[in-house]
Design a protein. Structure first.
Length: 289
């Protein structure tokens, strides 16, 4: 009666209290999220959310459904794992870039662990360059990372556009250097930002250097400067600066899966397939402007 796809979407909204964030975490559009919620509400005959233009809240029935949904999905995944996943076993070392860990990856890993309970999954979260070296040295089996377009390494999940982002209402003072929030070097987004600013002759100043995406988000929310995000990863309370802000175009970024050469296990291939299946269609340069 209650389709697993609808329940997953419902839980994503219940956890984030945002149709937009739920869609981003699941890799689907906001209109699809709304459609799934409407179908589930029609199936149960009750309103599950109170929503207006500014906020989303669970109703009492929504709170009850959240508990039921978790139980239903757990039972569903256990059944799937029993009948389809018992053949895979062994250790799988997976790495993910820290900002990509804020997307649908946790849900994918949850589903994977339920489907393949005999696979011992080890997770590492770090910067893309670190993870790439760990794959090359044999210390990771699979890594989901950011990479400059055209490098032809790994399997492309999707292509995204890099954007400048900051706190809402922030104003750039054209007489002062652009304040930047960046990762510690080496960092792909840091290198690209510095490169395009220098090529455009735009002065800049590094105001904040951090180790992880939570530091980037915190500094941006505090108004310390501008950060660089893939467009699909911009937090909802930050805003993308428009083209009229006078900043140079940052170009695109590839989100790719790297695997150990010649030694990819069946478990690694299963996880790779699951992540690719959730990726957005690859965007062309014309479609992302």
């Amino acid at each position: 009666m209650y389709e697993p796809e609808l329940l997953r979407t419902f839980l994503a909204v219940a956890q984030s209290l945002s149709f937009t964030r739920a869609g981003a975490s699941l890799g689907i559009g906001q209109s699809t999220v709304s459609q799934h919620v409407r179908k589930l509400e029609k199936a149960v005959g009750r309103a599950l959310f109170l929503r207006d233009t500014r906020s989303v809240m669970l109703t009492a029935d929504g709170e009850a459904m959240a508990g039921f949904a978790r139980s239903i999905l757990a039972a569903h995944e256990e059944a799937v794992g029993y009948f389809t996943g018992s053949g895979l076993s062994g250790r799988l070392r997976f790495g993910v870039a820290d900002d990509l860990a804020l997307t649908s990856v946790p849900r994918i890993l949850w589903d994977f662990r339920q489907q393949y309970p005999r696979v011992d999954l080890e997770l590492s979260v770090s910067q893309s360059g670190v993870l790439q070296r760990r794959v090359e040295s044999g210390h990771l089996d699979v890594a989901f990372v950011k990479q400059a377009p055209g490098q032809q390494r790994g399997r492309l999940v999707r292509r995204d556009r890099l954007v400048w982002a900051g706190v809402a209402g922030a104003q750039l003072e054209r007489t002062r250097p652009v304040p930047l929030i960046v990762y510690q070097a080496p960092s792909i987004t840091r290198s690209l930002a510095v490169q395009v600013l220098e090529q455009a002759g735009v002065p800049y100043r590094v105001r904040c250097t951090v180790k992880g995406v939570l530091g980037v988000v915190a500094a941006a929310r505090a108004g310390l400067g501008l950060a660089i995000f893939a467009r699909s990863l911009v937090p909802e309370d930050l805003v993308e600066l428009p083209a009229g802000a006078g900043l140079p175009d940052l170009g695109e970024i590839d989100l790719v899966l790297l695997t150990k050469k010649r030694t990819a296990s069946n478990a690694a291939e299963a996880l790779t397939t699951a992540i690719i299946a959730t990726g957005h269609p690859i965007q062309t340069p014309a479609a992302t402007r």
